[in-house]
Design a protein around this ligand. Structure first.
Ligand code: SDX
Length: 390
């Protein structure tokens, strides 16, 4: 026995590290990036501004932001050989699998400039990741729908370039939609960081071994893909669709959740830290109607989601367990209205979360107290026994 008594599955009561990046008060539903409330950043900031804030600790000056934006635009191109990587994958490949494997492949073009202890390499790889991950994401989308990859258009803003890579094509002129761009930019801000969630903890754990930034972020993408984590935004849309197709209505589904039928869960509900309404979910819910109206889209699944929330929040089963909507509950309806296929939803979460992953990886790398992550365990296996000689 290791002498350990407190068993703590899932790090429920464990502080794995110190961090100055994000603060959450789960009981009060508070989320702050470097001290700034998420509501103010979502309303008044941009994704690149928030990325700078998370990574460098302060809001950028106008010049810093302009240089950061320009630098990212100048690194959007992927090596031409890397585009052949995508042709090795089936068009049915899940975009999250494409994203994590392409990120690992991307790092092979930078052998010799991946040293985690070289500040110049950390800076250039920060920009490379922020610039190229969205391009890889758009290529995963194009691959899944059998359309040609477009080249990035560096005359466009970060979000407009990403939207054009996804929805533009070789046959038509692409018209920028400012409503779409602003709505996506705000969603990326809302996903940008969330302290020691499973994927960020994964990035830190992998990085603590000395693995490079690309390898660590690729591991984070894989952790995020699970339906209990970032994959929940995709699972919510599937759940709402099943409720609608079943014809049994919301009440019947809620009863199945309460009976724990075959592990049925209310996806997009519940959170390890928030025992109150996830402030991000509140912002998304409040903007969903406005965004769908501005996009000229109506979707019965939004009304279904609101009905589901209303029934759940008045039911003791959920109240006793402090289960509220989390960031994944309403985002999918907006992503769908934007035109993204359901399997791209978690990829959009990953693009949003990238600055947080980078910020935590850098914070860990520069913390002199950082040690390689190696949790303990309570051994419950066989006592010593002897191998019988033949
Ligand atoms: C994200 O950590 C982060 O910060 C994550 C995230 C981020 O920004 O990085 O916020 C993003 O991952 C949000 C969560 C997305 N996942 C889902 O929406 C999937 C559905 N939710 C859950 O599976 C669950 O709520 C978790 C995984 C989010 C949290 O799980 P916990 O904290 O380990 O809670 P638990 O599984 O121990 O559940 C406690 C009780 C249990 O009931 P009892 O066994 O005590 O009777 O609540 C029940 C659970 O059965 N429960 C649910 C439920 N979530 C918990 N019951 C029905 N539906 C749910 N969604």
């Amino acid at each position: 026995q290791s002498g350990l008594t407190a068993l703590d599955y899932g790090f429920v009561n464990t502080s794995a590290t110190k961090s100055a990046i994000t603060y959450i008060d789960g009981d009060k539903g508070i989320l702050r990036y470097r001290g700034y409330p998420i509501e103010q950043l979502a309303e008044n900031s941009t994704y690149l501004e928030v990325a700078w804030l998370l990574i460098y600790g302060e809001l950028p000056t106008a010049d810093q932001l302009a240089n950061f934006d320009e630098n990212i635009r100048r690194h959007t191109l992927l090596h031409e050989d890397l585009k052949r990587f995508f042709s090795a994958l089936p068009h049915t490949a899940h975009p999250m699998s494409v994203l994590s494997s392409a990120l690992s492949a991307l790092s092979t073009y930078y052998e010799g400039s991946l040293d985690p202890n070289d500040p110049d390499m950390v800076e250039i790889n920060t920009v490379r990741l922020l610039a190229k991950l969205p391009v890889i994401a758009a290529y995963a989308h194009k691959k899944s729908i059998g359309q040609a990859f477009l080249y990035p258009d560096n005359s466009l803003s970060f979000v407009d370039n990403f939207l054009k890579l996804n929805f533009g094509n070789m046959a038509e002129k692409y018209d920028i939609d400012p409503v779409l761009g602003r709505a996506l930019d705000q969603l990326l801000i809302l996903h940008a960081d969330h302290e020691q969630n499973a994927s960020t903890s994964t990035v830190r754990l992998v990085g603590s071994t000395g693995a490079n930034m690309f390898a660590s972020v690729s591991a984070g993408v894989n952790a995020l893909s699970g339906p209990l984590h970032g994959g929940a935004n995709e699972a919510v849309l599937d759940m709402l669709g099943q409720i609608r197709e079943s014809g049994g209505g919301v009440k019947q589904f809620v009863d199945r959740v309460k009976n724990k039928d075959a592990g049925v869960r209310l996806m997009g509900f519940g959170h390890r830290v928030y025992k109150n309404y996830d402030p991000r979910a509140m912002i998304v819910k409040n903007s969903a109607d406005k965004v769908l109206e501005a996009l000229g889209v109506t979707d019965p699944l939004l009304d279904l989601a609101k009905e589901l929330e209303q029934i759940a929040l008045s039911d003791d089963y959920f109240i006793e367990r402090k289960l509220y909507p989390n960031v994944d509950f309403y985002t999918g309806v907006i992503y769908k209205a934007m035109g993204f296929p359901t399997r791209m939803f978690t990829v959009l979460f990953a693009i949003g979360r990238l600055p947080g992953w980078i910020a935590h990886w850098r914070e860990m790398q520069t913390d002199p107290q950082t040690k390689i992550g190696r949790p303990q365990q309570l051994y419950i296996g066989s006592p010593e026994r002897q191998l019988r000689k033949p």
